[in-house]
Design a protein around this ligand. Structure first.
Ligand SMILES: Nc1ncnc2c1ncn2[C@@H]1O[C@H](COP(=O)(O)OP(=O)(O)OP(=O)(O)O)[C@@H](O)[C@H]1O
Ligand SMILES: [Mg+2]
Length: 471
């Protein structure tokens, strides 16, 4: 049943049906038109030959001087007319007496009277035959009037009609079939690019996501579909690539710390150690485990951000108080390095509070790590383009190398000198800015970085402004 339901009918079947639905009535109407025009034409010729015959007869009748002469000689003329041209003839004198009668059928008086009064031929049906009848006046040689009645046998109309009908049906059916067949052949050719496209998509597997559907010889209607499919392939390929990078990054980054811990632990176990020595190894391991677990959490966050399509719960967030909270959290570290933090401006933005805090914290942690001891950081909040609020975090320091600039937002990217500046904050994984970027994208915003060598480094977060609630 399903194969026949309206939705799943093949295009070819629909097209064929459509052609048949168009071709049959069109051909039938054309055939009927031809039939009626032929019928009209033959009627004209029939009337014309009757008129010619009447004229000839008039001239002929005038050569007979008396009714008697006509009755004697006219018979053979009438028989000739009837035999050769299927025209029956009756000639009557003024009193109505028949002088010549060569008529196969008895024509009723009223039919004759009809033709007399109109002067035109009348059609009359008798049994299975039909006649066209013309009555005309003529004069004998002596001037006395006679009436001519001519009847042309026009055959059996129903037989003629039947013959035409079957011709029309045959033309409509064969013509229709021809049109449908030719249409289907053309359609099959037209659908060839679609078939090629289908075959091509079947060939594309996870390992061949780089393949694209060719659009050079694709018709315009299919080009859009091919473009759409190619875009989809591009997105799939990107996702696969990200997944690939993600797992290889993860494996690569886990290898070194785990190898280090393994080596350290094996060395410690290779001979008897003092309690202090064991403690030192365990403490170092704990520190490393903390780092690893932080990294795994960060990676999980990025993986979720990568794959999640769901919209964030955005609420009006007072940015300044979030900055204050983050700075408060970093207070001990700031005190330790003797770093001051200047804060300027405030604004309400549409954001997820915890994620905004996390982005600010990641920038602040970088700024603290890279700023020299005793320096000053600058955090400012101000409107930028209409509808957007810019939060800038500026720190002095050695800056970011120009070569590093394009990479700093990539996962696991650590700039040159990152290890030296690691210091007390612990060596980073290079995930902080990737997370900031992911968070800003989740907000529909963005993050930018500027850095002057041996000058100021400035990161800017662009948040959508919270629209003031209108009464
Ligand atoms: N304020 C800054 N000043 C100078 N360089 C910076 C600054 N912020 C980031 N960078 C450079 O960008 C790199 C990437 O920063 P990111 O925050 O992603 O990683 P990280 O701080 O090294 O590690 P993590 O944030 O995961 O602890 C850093 O290694 C550093 O080289
Ligand atoms: Mg960082």
């Amino acid at each position: 049943m399903r194969a026949l339901s309206g939705r799943s009918l093949s295009l070819e079947f629909r097209f064929g049906l459509l052609l048949a639905l168009i071709a049959l009535p069109v051909l039938t109407v054309t055939g009927l038109g031809a039939f009626y025009s032929v019928k009209e034409r033959s009627r004209y010729y029939e009337e014309y030959s009757l008129a010619v015959a009447a004229d000839l007869l008039r001239a002929n009748v005038a050569t007979y001087r008396t009714p008697q002469a006509l009755a004697a000689g006219g018979r053979s003329l009438a028989a000739d007319l009837l035999g050769r041209h299927q025209i029956g003839l009756v000639v009557r004198d003024a009193s109505g007496a028949s002088l010549v009668d060569a008529m196969e059928a008895r024509i009723p008086e009223d039919i004759m009277a009809q033709s007399v009064s109109s002067g035109d031929p009348v059609e009359w049906k008798s049994g299975s035959s039909s006649y066209r009848i013309l009555a005309a006046e003529a004069h004998l040689g002596n001037g006395s009037p006679v009436r001519l009645v001519l009847a042309l046998n026009i055959g059996t109309p129903s037989a003629v009609q039947h013959a035409y009908q079957s011709v029309i049906i045959i033309i409509a059916l064969t013509g229709g079939m021809l049109i449908v067949t030719l249409g289907l052949i053309l359609m099959q050719r037209g659908l060839e690019p679609l078939r090629r496209m289908t075959a091509k998509t079947r060939d594309i597997t996870a390992s061949r996501l780089g393949d694209r559907l060719g659009i050079e010889d694709t018709p315009a209607e299919l080009r859009e579909l091919a473009d759409g499919l190619n875009d989809m392939l591009q997105r799939l390929q990107d996702s696969f690539r990200r997944l690939d990078e993600f797992s290889s990054d993860l494996a690569h980054e886990l290898r070194t710390p785990i190898a280090n811990m393994l080596g350290q632990t094996e060395v410690a176990l290779s001979r008897a150690r003092s309690v202090e020595e064991y403690r030192a190894v365990l403490e170092s391991n704990v520190e490393e485990f903390h780092r690893l677990s932080r990294m795994i959490q960060d990676m999980l966050f990025l993986a979720q951000a990568d794959s999640s399509e769901k919209a964030l719960d955005l609420e009006p967030v007072e940015l300044r108080s979030q900055v204050d909270k983050v700075v408060e959290f970093y207070e001990p570290l700031l005190d330790e390095k003797g770093i001051r933090v200047l804060r300027n401006g405030s604004a309400e933005v549409k954001a997820n509070r915890l994620l905004a805090q996390r982005a600010i914290a990641n920038l602040l942690s970088n700024a603290v790590r890279h700023a020299p001891e005793g320096s000053t950081l600058d955090i400012s909040i101000a409107p930028s383009e209409p509808g957007w609020i810019a939060l800038k975090v500026v720190n002095p320091g050695r800056g970011i190398a120009v070569d590093d600039m394009p990479w700093i937002f990539q996962r696991f990217f650590r700039g040159r000198g990152a290890d030296e500046t690691g210091g007390k904050t612990g060596e980073g994984w290079g995930l902080g800015l990737a997370i900031v970027k992911a968070i800003m994208e989740m907000h529909g915003g963005r993050v930018t970085a500027e850095s002057a060598p041996d000058g100021m480094t400035c990161f800017t977060l662009y948040f959508p402004e919270a629209v003031a609630a209108t009464g």
